[in-house]
Design a protein around this ligand. Structure first.
Ligand code: HMG
Length: 383
């Protein structure tokens, strides 16, 4: 039985910062951000969009097309959680009107969280083939105004339905994992922004990719040239580009060409949206699906990395007719609808996010009608 991704939904907030504006404001050469980092824009979430609302909005993209009563599992991977105790997934479950017998919880291991959810969901569906699972990654990347990491921020969510006989990507058996207790990036409980050792984090990311990709090929006998595309967690586009360059070294010209072209297609959305932590690898998958033409059964490799750190490589096969299950126009319109912020406007929104909103204060959203948003708390209960 094949199990894998049947539906994909995407949401990103309605505001962005242009990297050229940011470079000018920080006295940097714009080419450092555009070429050196590889980013054009980054999405910005105001106070009314958080991990919960973005996860709901991403899932709404396909909710009408699925059998809700068959959803037996709902997992949310996030490192932007709204509560230390109650799972973000319970708020989402309620908004989506999922059945009361759904098993639901939140998982955390930095950007690896959504991959952890997908692997749990795959194994669950194998045991319960008549049930499906929703897995969501939803995050806001915040490093701070005028910090080295500022250019690598972003906000958004990806939601997926995992089921038997999937219509988009069948997940292959096998994976290779690597974990180490290290301090490259983390966010202490008393901090709204991440603490990061940027240069070290780049080295560890590459090291984990080399280890897991090498081990996976050894374990499965699959060659680099067998892959139609290699997808990466994209904290910023240049990071994945470096991993891809390593992967294609010593390959023939044909392999180099298609892995480079498909990397570019996979990076298209991330370049505009920025880092969305747990969902970033899956935004690359969506970008590939919606910007490249893939033959049925094409083999896709996926490298997931979560700081702290956990790396995993696995693969899947494209299902014939996958394009019928995509929402390409709607996804591209969502990216295009965002309004540009001036740098002072962005800084104001950023500083608001560092303060906890007062209780019993009603927040107003300027999102389009039909979009869920966080409206504040009443008696410390989220609305
Ligand atoms: P920085 O120190 O400001 O930048 O921070 P830099 O000096 O390293 O320059 C960046 C690149 O721009 C360099 O290229 C420069 O040469 C180039 P590279 O050496 O890397 O090839 N450059 C130029 N290029 C063209 N024209 C110019 C120019 N000037 C310079 N004029 C850093 C960069 C990424 C460290 C910083 O933004 C940061 O700390 N970001 C956050 C950490 C991060 O994203 N790490 C990635 C790996 S860890 C990860 O992926 C996990 C994560 O998603 C979290 C999680 O798991 O939850 C972050």
């Amino acid at each position: 039985m094949q199990v894998g991704i049947d539906q994909i939904g995407f949401y990103t907030p309605n505001k962005y910062v242009d990297m050229v504006d940011l470079a000018h404001a920080r006295n940097e050469d714009p080419n450092k951000f555009l070429i050196g980092i590889g980013q054009n824009k980054m999405s910005v979430a105001d106070q009314t969009q958080d991990a919960v609302s973005m996860g709901i909005n991403a899932t709404l993209r396909y909710l009408d097309q699925i059998a809700r009563e068959r959803v037996g599992l709902l997992i949310v991977g996030t490192e932007s959680s709204v509560d230390q105790s109650k799972s973000a997934s319970l708020f989402i479950k309620s908004a989506l009107a999922l059945p009361a017998n759904v098993r639901t919880f939140e998982v955390k291991e930095a950007c690896f969280g959504m991959t952890a959810g997908i692997m749990i969901a795959r194994d669950y569906v194998r045991l319960h083939p008549h049930h499906s699972a929703i897995v969501i990654g939803s995050d806001i990347a915040r490093y701070g105004v005028n910090t080295g990491g500022e250019v690598t921020q972003g906000a958004g969510s990806i939601s997926m339905l995992i089921k038997a006989d999937p219509q988009i990507l069948a997940i292959n058996n096998g994976h290779s994992s690597h974990s180490e207790d290290i301090n490259d990036f983390w966010r202490p409980n008393d901090s709204a922004v991440a603490v990061v050792d940027g240069k070290y984090s780049k080295n560890v990311y590459l090291d984990f990719f080399k280890q897991t990709f090498t081990a996976y090929r050894k374990q499965t006998g699959i060659k680099t040239s067998d892959f139609t595309a290699l997808l990466y967690h994209l904290p910023f586009v240049k990071m994945g580009f470096k991993a891809n360059e390593w992967a294609i070294t010593a390959q023939d010209e044909k392999t180099k060409k298609h892995l480079t072209e498909n990397f570019t297609a996979a990076a298209r959305y991330g370049k505009e949206v920025g880092n969305i932590y747990t969902a970033s690898l899956y935004l690359s998958l969506l970008s590939l699906l919606e910007n490249a033409k893939l033959p049925a059964n094409a083999k896709i490799g996926l490298f997931s990395y979560g700081s702290g750190a956990m790396g995993e490589f696995y693969s899947g096969q494209i299902v014939k007719g996958y394009e019928k299950n995509l929402h390409t126009n709607a996804d591209q319109k969502m990216i295009a609808r965002r309004q540009k912020l001036t740098i002072p406007e962005y800084e104001k929104i950023f500083n608001q996010a560092l303060e906890s909103p007062q209780d019993n204060l009603e927040l107003q959203s300027d999102e389009q009608t039909g979009t869920w948003y966080f409206a504040g708390t009443k008696n410390r209960i989220r609305q």
